[in-house]
Ligand binder design. Structure first.
Ligand code: 5GP
Length: 175
C-alpha cells in the first residue's frame, strides 16, 4: 500500500552499527516526516481496531516504543504505560532479567501500572531476537495482564524473534 511504501522510504540502514556486522535500522526519518509518522499510526490503528478491539492499554518499551505508543494509544482512546530499563521508575516495581548477546539486561514496570485481567498490547520499534519483547511479556504475565499481541514497525525475520514470543507479532515491515 501507499502508507507502507511511505514508511519503508523513511527507514535508513547503517552498516556496522553499533558493532561490526550489524546493519542498524534507523527509524528517525519516520519521526521527522509527519506523513510517514501518521502512516505508521494509521496502520497500527487499523490493525488493532480490526484484530484487538478490546485492547485496554498500550505498553511501550524503552526507548523507541515510547515514540509510537502514546500516539497510538491516544488514537484508540486508551491509556499508555511504560516498560523501562531498570532503575528509572519510582515506587514499587516488578522486574525481569534477560540475556543479550554479550550481557544481561533488566526491564521494569510500576507495580500498579496494569491490573489483573487487563487486555494489553506491547509496542516497540523493532523486533530482532525477541529478547526484549519476551521479557516485557513476562513482566506483564507476572502482573496477570492479558497480553493480546505485540506491535513493531520493523521485524528482522532471519533472527526468528517472533517464534520466541508467547503471542502474535504484527509488523509493518519485514527485512
Ligand atoms: P531484541 O531484543 O529483539 O533482540 O532487540 C530489539 C530491541 O533492540 C528493541 O528495543 C530495539 O529498539 C533495539 N534494536 C535492535 N536492533 C535494532 C535496529 O537495527 N534498529 C533499531 N531501531 N532498534 C534496534
Amino acid at each position: 500500500t501507499q502508507k507502507l511504501d511511505l514508511v519503508f522510504q523513511h527507514i535508513r540502514h547503517f552498516p556496522d552499527f553499533p558493532v561490526k556486522g550489524i546493519v542498524f535500522k534507523d527509524i528517525c526519518p519516520i519521526l521527522k516526516e509527519p506523513k510517514a509518522l501518521t502512516a505508521v499510526i494509521d496502520l497500527f490503528e487499523e490493525h488493532v481496531r480490526k484484530n484487538h478491539p478490546h485492547t485496554e492499554l498500550i505498553v511501550g518499551l524503552d526507548a523507541r516504543g515510547f515514540l509510537f505508543g502514546p500516539l497510538l494509544a491516544q488514537r484508540l482512546g486508551i491509556g499508555f504505560i511504560l516498560v523501562r530499563k531498570k532503575g528509572k521508575l519510582p515506587g514499587p516495581t516488578l522486574s525481569v532479567a534477560y540475556t543479550l548477546e554479550y550481557a544481561t539486561a533488566e526491564v521494569e514496570i510500576q507495580a500498579d501500572a496494569v491490573q489483573a485481567g487487563q487486555n494489553v498490547l506491547v509496542i516497540d520499534d523493532l523486533l530482532a531476537t525477541g529478547g526484549t519483547l519476551h521479557a516485557a511479556c513476562e513482566l506483564l504475565k507476572k502482573q496477570k495482564a492479558q497480553v493480546l499481541g505485540c506491535l513493531v514497525v520493523v521485524e528482522l525475520k532471519d533472527l526468528g524473534g517472533a517464534e520466541k514470543l508467547p503471542v502474535p507479532v504484527f509488523s509493518l515491515l519485514q527485512f
